[in-house]
Design a protein around this ligand. Structure first.
Ligand code: SF4
Length: 433
């Protein structure tokens, strides 16, 4: 029987143009990793930066099923180096799966390693607790809860609205657990603010600015659930925009402002820009028409796929095509029961979408799908998409970028194996420097 090691090594040799680091990273992102207790973080009182649950759970089990990993959080990210594949420095977001063939554990000398099928395949480094996480806001809230940083400290992730107004089976995107994640943290008694007050965000940023003396934090992302009506009397553009305005007034130009929001009409997008946002992520999620309609029923009902795409193109007139970076969720194309049944078809469809946007100077980016167990697609597909899909996507993505003379999108830090910090997909690891 083929082991996961066989599969990984076979893909490494079939696709030599894809860095080996990316093969391991994609496999960890799609299937998760188990943690020995020795590799957990001890929450905010330890020496390791804990997983903040910055928007979705990105785990393969619910909190009550995670045991020690729920009580003593895993690290936010791990960094892999060395081993038999001679991995260059590779930052990977942590998605916990106790049943994964990958395991992070300490050896007899206390050195952490990544094990696949029981064999050590790399050294593992953990992110140190940043100084700014050791300081609380005046109301006692932690910086990790209000303004966590990811991507090895590069990006401040501001999920200012922790739920989505697309609610329930008929509206929620079928791969998204934002609403469940909010419920599970509440149920566990963890602090998990539904709507983050602007003053809290500013105070947390003040702390980050003061203690991040190396200026590792470079950008912030404002995001959260879709707003189909109002939050606090504001529509989506004004709600997310008000944070950007306040941040830019208090810390002009300190970080690059990004917003992940719906594809909004041009006047609303203009307001984002006026408020000081510089990069816009109107995520199109999945390219295929039938799958978009099935997977994103709320978006289809309120906006519709064609209009969504039109608005993405329109927004390039305001932000400039380089600064419009729509995300798609790589892997859901192959989710049963509706997805493509062959990797060829799934790649062809995804690449059609890449051509549509890249031929217009817009560079989409992707997050590797994590099949969270409380989502309809995660439930039906606990193994996620085939690793081959993810590897071929990296190859096709780079080829399409080359075809249109595009380079890595702005706001993602350095590119290339050994350099990238973007942690929830290896697209940045797979591009040339
Ligand atoms: S719009 Fe879809 S993906 Fe975004 S938060 Fe809502 S349900 Fe999740």
């Amino acid at each position: 029987m083929l082991t996961r090691t066989d599969e990984v090594e076979s893909l490494m040799s079939r696709f030599p143009g894809v860095p080996r680091e990316a093969v391991i990273k994609e496999d960890l992102l799609r299937g998760g990793v188990a943690f020995d207790d020795s590799a957990l973080s001890d929450n905010e009182s330890g020496e390791v930066k804990p997983k903040s649950y910055f928007i979705f759970s990105f785990d393969h089990r619910t909190l009550p099923e995670l045991g020690a990993a729920a009580l003593r959080r895993p690290p936010e990210e791990i960094v892999l180096t060395g081993g038999p594949y001679e991995l260059r420095r590779t930052v990977v977001s942590v998605r916990v799966n106790p049943a994964s063939p990958y395991r992070v554990a300490a050896d007899d000398h206390g050195m952490l390693g990544l094990y696949l099928d029981g064999k050590r395949i790399s050294d593992v480094g953990l992110p140190p607790m940043p100084e700014y996480y050791r300081h609380k806001l005046s109301n006692g809230k932690s910086v990790m809860e209000v303004a966590p940083t990811i991507q090895w400290g590069y990006l401040i992730y501001l999920t200012v609205f922790r739920v989505c107004q697309y609610f329930g089976a008929k509206q929620e995107c079928q791969y998204c657990d934002i609403n469940h994640n909010w419920r599970q943290h509440k149920a566990a008694g963890r602090p998990y603010t539904g709507v983050k007050p602007v003053e809290e965000i500013l105070e947390a940023l003040e702390i980050i600015d003061r203690y991040d003396t190396a200026k590792a934090s470079t950008a912030y992302t404002l995001t959260g659930g879709a707003i189909t009506s109002h939050v606090g009397g504001r529509d989506e553009a004004d709600f997310y925009g008000m944070y950007a305005k306040a941040i830019e007034e208090r810390f002009p130009g300190r970080w690059t402002g990004k917003v992940v929001a719906q594809a909004l009409p041009k006047e609303d997008v203009q307001r984002f820009h006026d408020y000081g946002v510089r990069i816009y992520h109107p995520n199109y999620e999945v390219w295929d028409r039938r799958l978009f309609e099935l997977y994103c029923p709320g978006k289809e009902e309120y906006v519709g796929r064609d209009e969504w795409h039109r608005r993405i193109l329109d927004s390039a007139e305001i932000f400039g095509p380089r600064n419009v970076i729509p995300n798609f969720v790589a892997g859901v194309e192959m989710a049963e029961p509706f997805g493509f049944t062959t990797v060829d078809e799934a790649i062809d469809s995804t690449v059609e979408g890449l051509h549509y946007f890249m031929s217009r100077g817009i560079t989409p980016r992707f997050t590797t799908w994590c099949p969270e167990p409380t989502t309809p697609l995660g439930k039906a597909n606990p193994q996620g998409a085939p690793l081959e899909y993810h590897i071929r996507l990296l190859e096709a993505y780079r080829a399409t970028m080359d075809e249109y003379g595009l380079t890595s999108p702005p706001g993602y830090g350095p590119a290339g194996p050994g350099n990238a910090v973007f942690s929830v997909s290896s697209f940045m690891d797979s591009l040339t420097v």
